[in-house]
Design a binder for this molecule. Structure first.
Ligand code: NI
Length: 255
């Protein structure tokens, strides 16, 4: 099985003790490509460092809505320069998080719009984080020119997933799909075509059942693949192959 982890945070301190051994072991477990995601300037730089170190790792750069302490026009110009590195394949993660209230919604919207514009100018797909801000996230994306990217760790309705798919976006599915209370997300997977699904760990967080609560890594994606296969009534091999191709198309295809 060939697996593409479309969203990981291997620069996280939780991997400091065994990062090298773990990353070396993943290709042997079928994990052939990984995109490591930035959340601010230092983590975006760390993502590029990892991408330079490992052939199968690529990077995304940007400011997460929870990490806006150091954002500025100048910082975004640095993100722009970083985004031109040959192994940077997306702007992210960017978006809105109204559950997290350290930064006011209007502040979050301002920097989200700025980064949507940056992604458009640099012709890069976006990786979107959205929590308790579904309609505002959708509206700002719809008002922008960007039509390439993924709504990561999707947590909204099947109806909204279909709207995103209509606009050209992919839907990111991770460990949550294996949780007992994932009824709404199961409906999302039922309602959208497999051609529009990306699989993701968001590791070290969001480990799927049976490893829920433990540190997550890309080898756990087999459980996500199996669950999607079960919902879609196809083989796990087909889910892995299709989602691999989807991630290839989104991150490296024609913009
Ligand atoms: Ni993430």
């Amino acid at each position: 099985m060939m697996i593409f982890d479309s969203h990981a945070h291997y620069d996280d301190a939780q991997f400091d003790t065994d990062r090298e051994a773990l990353l070396a072991s993943l290709p042997l477990k079928g994990v052939k490509k990984i995109v490591n995601i930035g959340c601010d300037l230092p983590s975006s730089q760390r993502s590029i460092t990892l991408a330079k170190q490992y052939d199968n790792i690529y990077a995304a750069v940007g400011f997460h809505p929870e990490n806006l302490s150091d954002v500025s026009e100048e910082a975004l110009e640095e993100i722009r320069l970083l985004s031109r590195h040959p192994k940077v394949c997306a702007i992210g993660e960017i978006g809105l998080d109204y559950y997290y209230d350290e930064f006011a919604p209007e502040v979050q919207r301002h920097w989200f719009q700025k980064q949507l514009q940056l992604a458009w100018e640099e012709q890069k797909p976006i990786i979107v984080h959205s929590r308790e801000a579904a309609q505002d996230t959708f509206d700002l994306i719809a008002q922008s020119k960007v039509r390439h990217g993924v709504i990561h760790c999707f947590s909204s309705s099947a109806q909204m997933a279909k709207e995103y798919v209509k606009m050209g976006f992919y839907i990111g599915i991770g460990g949550v799909i294996t949780y007992k209370n994932a009824k709404k997300l199961v409906e999302v997977v039922q309602e959208i075509p497999l051609e529009r699904i990306l699989i993701e760990t968001d590791c070290p967080y969001m480990a799927p059942v049976p490893n829920r609560g433990k540190r997550n890594d890309s080898s756990n994606l087999v459980y996500v693949v199996e669950k999607i296969a079960q919902i879609k009534g196809v083989s796990p091999e087909e889910v892995a192959a299709k989602t691999f191709q989807n991630a290839e198309n989104m991150y490296f295809g024609k913009f």
